[in-house]
Design a protein around this ligand. Structure first.
Ligand SMILES: N[C@@H](CCC(=O)N[C@@H](CS)C(=O)NCC(=O)O)C(=O)O
Length: 423
């Protein structure tokens, strides 16, 4: 009994090329889903060069690169051919289109991942590629790229029959206008009508969530790193189903969605962002000792959060005590955390600064909402300088909350807390 195993990942169009080919040929295989954020030893062992899926393992021998796998499948199981003609010229044409489509994939990736001018440029380029396929690849006289039957080039192009729509919808930008690409639209229909394709297609909604997720994360960190994301505003007095589903434990924002996975807790998210996108300012220092110190301060501030906000939630004696407490916390930060540095991590803004960002952005507004003065210039000079440095970083400046709106929000919330006897 021969071993046919496919290492894949459900959203990967490259992987579906192989699934479709095996189904069209009626080859039984074992499918192994890979977690691309935590690659298995098996994947690293079988594809040590690219560490990517798909990988086909046939009787212990691994083959990677989807177009190479398609050729291998065709040669190993020649029935129900993917290149139906014996004519070398027809074969060359099928390979030409397979290669053409494969090489243009980065243009669509750029279309999906970029923003602004870059996206406009990528959109134009992607449309040009589609036009070439419309004019020269799919013809009026034939159902598929290679003729009357689905072939290798069609499998390579398969992703435009579902994935492209997911990308378009997630972005809100349309590439495939039916009036401009009538033959491509007809090809999509023909392709999706093939039973082996129709029965082995990722779920449309899941693909859409996946692509939306890819455009996600915690605003400053991503902006500092120049990473694009989609922001979903939550109404916390009427939490969305999505939030309850993604963070059933705490039911709190922020929740970060990336690559179809989600997790909560802002500090955890910051660490993830730093690991996932190590470019631009590294939010945590390289040195393990400095790293530990930054984490220590982040945890300290997080643990003090309730304490920190207490002065704004209380009145009278309780508020006086809370005011003394928060000043103590700030003094500890001033003397032990900040020292003579511009930022908590040194000369550049870092993860600890983002963790403390609330102080810089909110404290004055919290003071005004609560009618109490916490920050005194003479007693906390370094912290005051830090607030100024923090607020002057371009990314922070550009993403500052609207002050009057924040004040109104914090005043309203304070009233709500004060009217609840237990809080
Ligand atoms: N040229 C490759 C592309 C495969 C590819 O990009 N696979 C992605 C999933 S869609 C992957 O495994 N990515 C993991 C990574 O880049 O770390 C092929 O045709 O097989």
């Amino acid at each position: 009994m021969e071993e046919v195993k496919l290492l894949g990942a459900w959203p990967s169009p490259f992987c579906y090329r192989i699934i479709w080919a095996l189904k069209l040929k009626g080859i039984d295989y074992e499918y192994v889903e890979e977690d691309l954020f935590n690659k298995s030893d098996l994947l690293l062992h079988y594809n040590p060069i690219h560490k990517k899926i798909p990988v086909l393992v046939h009787n212990g021998k691994p083959i990677s690169e989807s177009t190479v796998i398609l050729e291998y499948i065709e040669e190993t199981w020649p029935h129900n051919p993917l290149i139906s003609s014996d004519d070398p010229y027809e074969k060359a044409k099928a390979r030409f289109w397979t290669k053409f489509i494969d090489e243009k994939e980065p243009i669509f990736f750029a279309f999906f991942q970029s923003v602004g001018e870059e996206q406009e440029k990528a959109t134009k380029e992607a449309k040009k590629v589609l036009k070439v396929i419309e004019d020269y690849g799919v013809g009026e006289s034939r159902k598929f790229l290679g003729g009357e039957k689905v072939g290798m080039a069609d499998l390579a192009l398969g992703w435009i029959s579902g994935w492209l729509e997911g990308m378009e919808e997630a972005l809100g930008v349309k590439l495939l206008e039916p009036q401009s690409f009538p033959m491509l639209m007809a090809w999509i229909k023909n392709f999706r009508d093939v039973p082996q394709i129709r029965d082995n297609f990722p779920d449309r909604d899941q693909l859409l969530i996946y692509f939306k997720g890819l455009r996600e994360r915690v605003i400053w960190a991503l902006k500092l790193k120049g990473i694009e994301f989609e922001y979903i505003e939550e109404d916390l007095s009427n939490k969305s189903k999505l939030l309850l589903q993604l963070n059933p434990l705490h039911k709190k924002v922020p929740v970060f969605i990336h690559g179809g996975k989600s997790f909560a807790e802002s500090l955890v998210i910051l660490e993830y962002i730093d690991e996932m996108w190590p470019q631009n300012p590294l939010l945590l220092p390289d040195d393990p000792n400095e790293r530990a110190i930054a984490r220590f301060w982040m945890k300290y501030v997080d643990d003090q959060r309730e304490q920190f906000l207490r002065f704004w939630k209380t009145t009278g004696e309780e508020q006086e005590k809370a005011t003394r407490d928060v000043r103590n916390v700030l003094r500890i930060l001033e003397e032990n955390g900040l020292g003579d540095k511009k930022f908590f991590g040194g000369n550049d803004i870092g993860m600890a600064d983002l963790a403390f960002g609330l102080i810089a952005l909110w404290i004055e507004v919290l003071e005004e909402a609560a009618g109490v003065k916490i920050l005194e210039h003479n007693s906390l000079p370094r912290l005051m300088a830090w607030i100024e440095n923090f607020n002057n970083v371009d990314v922070i400046k550009e993403n500052h909350p609207d002050r009057p709106q924040l004040l109104e929000y914090l005043k309203g919330l304070r009233e709500k807390y004060l009217s609840q006897p237990t809080s």
